[in-house]
Design a protein around this ligand. Structure first.
Ligand code: AMP
Length: 432
């Protein structure tokens, strides 16, 4: 699977899950995983246009397991996380993934579907289940037989929701929803978004993060990463130049400070490039206005701090610029997860001053590959520091000269073939 040159370890998953991922042989998260895992870990509802082949199952299963492992185990008869699927085959497949990713965790998972005897299922469910994968019809039967309780479900996943509706499960789904507590996390995956799915989503999801992924055989959105070295003082000039020169129409810019975000937005406005800043000091009204202006295209550049950007639903942007590198290397991954649209490549551009080279190294350690660098003519840095460590296993760092052809598009990050998955995850049977 075409993963991004980011390590799973950057996404906030803990050691037992990283070990299980390594044991599966995955090297890098797929685009949907890159976006979905942090969102689910944050406790957000998710609405994802993703079909089989995108890595969506790991996209929801890994963070779901991570969240469950921090709570108390399921008590008798209780289900903590419910994954509904349209078919037995998909249920079995998802359950297999839950087992594989949860192999180093002490969580109990199970799968129930029709066409087989219910009695063994009833016996198993009595003990309580942390993750239950089920088809809607059999789940309703089992509930009617009082084999399980859904009033303590913490996380609900509807997988292939469009197929579930096509197969006439909507009434069962509505009944199941009514059995669950109102306060819970909801994740909805669907290949298509018909009006019926949207209606279901509207009643179900609370301010969802919206994600989109395309399967492998179509153009997969990739994040092209590049860094432009330049002097700290020239960053505002360089940003104006890049936006103008490349004619970027929708750009999310990250600033480390509120003050910096304000200053940059003012400067852009002065240059005739419509911009707004969002950060913690702005009123909710001002933030909402800035965001809707940005979404509608009225505001061309949104300058945000990490915290402000995290709470809002702006994903799948064409361009994300790091005006400053984040202090925490993992935030880099969150930031670049905002870009990459279906069928098109996203661009993540970092403006890096010599003073930030330590931060750059930390990011390169987390992502597992060096950021391709490209100097922009007229903005070459006058202050240099020691070159970043070579993480490419001996491959030379690509240096591209400035000039018309070396815009951000020139610097696509290669997949990092030199890194191996974390070594030797030992197989052991699960204790529960
Ligand atoms: P899914 O879209 O969830 O049905 O997954 C499609 C296939 O991709 C499955 O065989 C997964 O095991 C595999 N897969 C999922 N995530 C990754 C990854 N990050 N790298 C490589 N393969 C993956």
């Amino acid at each position: 699977m075409a993963g991004l040159a980011v390590d799973f370890s950057a996404l906030g998953l803990s050691e037992p899950l990283l070990k299980a991922v390594a044991a599966k042989g995955y090297r890098h998260p797929s685009p949907i995983q890159l976006q979905c895992i942090p969102a689910v870990l944050e406790g957000r509802d998710v609405m994802a246009a993703a079909q089989t082949g995108t890595g969506k199952t790991a996209g929801f299963t890994l963070p779901l397991l991570e969240r469950l492992r921090h709570g108390p185990h399921a008590r008798a008869g209780v289900v903590r996380a419910l994954v509904l699927t349209p078919t037995r085959e998909l249920a079995a497949q998802v359950a297999e993934s839950v087992t594989a990713y949860g192999r180093y965790l002490d969580l109990r998972s199970d799968v129930v579907f029709g066409g087989v005897s219910a009695n063994p299922q009833i016996d198993r469910l009595r003990r309580g289940t942390d993750v239950l994968v089920a088809t809607p019809g059999r789940l309703m039967d089992l509930h009617q037989q009082r084999a399980l309780r859904l009033d303590q479900v913490e996380i609900l996943v509807l997988d292939e929701a469009d197929r579930m509706l096509d197969m006439g499960f909507i009434r069962d789904i509505r009944k199941i929803l009514a059995l669950m507590p109102e306060r819970r996390q909801n994740l909805l995956f669907s290949a298509t978004f018909s009006p019926e799915i949207r209606r279901l989503a509207t009643g179900l999801l609370h301010q969802p993060v919206q994600l989109q992924a395309t399967p492998e055989n179509r153009a997969t959105p990739l994040v092209e990463q590049v860094m432009h070295p330049c002097d700290m003082a020239r960053k505002p000039d360089l940003l104006c130049h890049l936006i103008r020169d490349n004619d970027w129409q929708q750009v999310l810019v990250f600033s480390r400070t509120k003050h910096g975000a304000n200053r940059m937005a003012e400067r852009l406005d002065k240059e005739g490039i419509s911009a707004a800043a969002i950060h913690g000091n702005k009123s909710q009204g001002a933030r909402t206005r800035a965001l809707s202006g940005f979404k509608s295209g009225e505001v061309r550049v949104l300058v945000a701090t990490d915290i402000a950007a995290r709470g809002i639903d702006i994903h799948q942007l064409p361009h994300v610029v790091n005006l400053d590198l984040p202090n925490v290397a993992e935030d880099y991954v969150h930031r670049i997860g905002r870009t990459g649209r279906a069928g098109l490549n996203g661009h993540a551009i970092s403006l890096v001053a010599a003073e930030e080279h330590e931060l750059l190294r930390a990011i390169e350690r987390v992502t597992g590959s060096p950021l391709p660098r490209s100097e922009i003519a007229g903005f070459e840095p006058t202050v240099h520091s020691a070159p970043p460590i070579d993480l490419s296993g001996g491959r030379g760092r690509r240096r591209e000269g400035g000039g018309a052809s070396s815009g951000p598009r020139a610097g696509r990050s290669g997949r990092d073939s030199s890194r191996e998955p974390a070594a030797g995850a030992r197989r052991r049977s699960r204790s529960r």
